[in-house]
Design a protein around this ligand. Structure first.
Ligand SMILES: *Cc1c(COP(=O)(O)O)cnc(C)c1O
Length: 391
């Protein structure tokens, strides 16, 4: 009897536990359901609690795959901004996510106080690919640019022998250390210099012993139909800055590349970054670059340039004054009679997202995994939306 009672009690206890776990499961689902925020609620949260350093287009995204993203209500959009060209390889590329997961479960960060089995391999791969002696691993594009300037200043004082605190102004000035330029200006609205400009920059910098720094954070890694935009003019900068697509939109990873005569001004203890060159970043960046090369995304961008341009040029000049771009880095300048922000809202409603940059300019830069049929479909959405603005 005693035994039966005991086992009954056990069963009652087990049943009670089961009930609790089932009940808490229901509660969990309710909490989960409550956490499913609507687009409107998501806009309100950022607006109330965040620093207002951006004015995002009103679309609340929850998932991405290739050229597409989905909002929390399940609507699908063509992504024609690609996180300012960070997602050249397409959203959540399976090979890059696999590399991320594999490395994340092994080792993520050791700091540069120690060696890791990932950093040297990655540096060798990147320097051989791009033809430089050394790579400085950083995290964001801004850090890459700042590091390049610091290297150039140190080079100016230590190698070129500019007197202290004199590194300024025009190239002829013997106190100038470096000239920094984007081969195509991205944020300024995809502004291309005249043909031959980069060759002249190279020649002048060589003549006056000034370092040429190319900021290829946005133009680099296939975006313009070449691995680097400077390749269009067959020139090589002294210092190259990469970022954005270096990780395929997975992590902030940037890099500064230069030869020994420049990079060797950096000595142990003169430049640091806790996360720079972490094993996770190295594994992800290596895979992101392999995807770019092996999936022939650079060739794809080069091939689709003409298709995209031809489609965009079908839009009447009264609505789109200018179409400019290279590879899959395009911009259209909307006529002053049509507000560009309103165009972007209507594009969103028609299933394509991007944002205006500098007033009337709208950047169009889909992931480089886009197919010809998809680029035509994207272009037809743009054509249709602009057609509907009555003039
Ligand atoms: C985006 C960008 C940067 C800055 O990169 P962050 O990762 O945002 O710091 C620098 N230069 C160019 C050309 C860029 O497009």
């Amino acid at each position: 009897m005693q035994n039966i009672k005991e086992s009954n009690a056990k069963w009652i206890f087990a049943g009670y536990c089961l009930w609790i776990s089932v009940a808490s499961c229901v509660v969990d689902q309710e909490v989960m359901a409550q956490n499913k925020l609507s687009s409107e609620e998501i806009f309100a949260l950022e607006d109330k609690y965040g620093c207002r350093n951006y004015a995002p287009l009103q679309v609340a995204l929850t998932r991405g795959e290739g050229v597409f993203v989905w909002d929390v209500e399940g609507r699908r959009y063509y992504d024609f901004l690609s996180a300012y060209s960070a997602v050249n390889q397409g959203h959540c590329h399976p090979r890059i996510i696999k590399a991320l997961n594999e490395q994340a479960s092994k080792l993520t960060l050791v700091s540069r106080a120690f060696y890791s089995d990932q950093l040297g391999k990655y540096e060798k791969f990147m320097t051989e690919l791009l033809g430089y002696d050394r790579l400085l691993p950083m995290n964001t594009g801004v850090e890459g640019g700042e590091s390049a300037c610091k290297i150039a200043r140190k080079w100016g004082y230590e190698v070129k022998k500019i007197p202290q605190n004199q590194a300024k102004k025009a190239l002829k000035d013997p106190n100038v250390a470096a000239f920094m330029v984007e081969p195509i200006q991205g944020e300024a609205g995809v502004v291309k210099p005249d043909t031959g400009y980069l060759q002249k920059v190279r020649a002048l910098c060589t003549k006056y012993n000034v370092l040429w720094i190319a900021d290829e954070v946005q133009t680099g890694l296939g975006r313009t139909g070449k691995l680097l935009a400077v390749e269009h003019e067959g020139v090589k900068p002294d210092i190259l800055i990469l970022g954005k697509a270096l990780s395929g939109g997975v992590l902030p990873v940037s890099a500064v590349l230069a030869n020994n005569n420049v990079m060797d001004v950096i000595k142990p203890g003169t430049h640091g970054s806790t996360y720079g060159g972490n094993p996770l970043a190295c594994a992800v960046a290596t895979e992101a670059i392999k995807v770019l090369l092996e999936d022939k995304l650079i060739e794809n961008a080069a091939r689709l340039e003409a298709v995209f341009r031809a489609e965009l040029e079908k839009i009447p000049k009264s609505k789109v004054n200018v179409v400019r771009g290279r590879g899959l880095m395009f911009a259209i300048v909307i006529d002053d009679s049509i507000p560009a922000y309103e165009v972007c809202k209507r594009l969103r409603d028609a299933g394509l997202i991007t944002k205006p940059t500098h007033g009337q300019t709208i950047r169009l830069a889909p992931p480089l995994v886009i197919t010809e049929q998809q680029i035509r479909e994207g272009a037809s959405i743009i054509q249709k939306v602009l057609e509907d603005f009555k003039k």
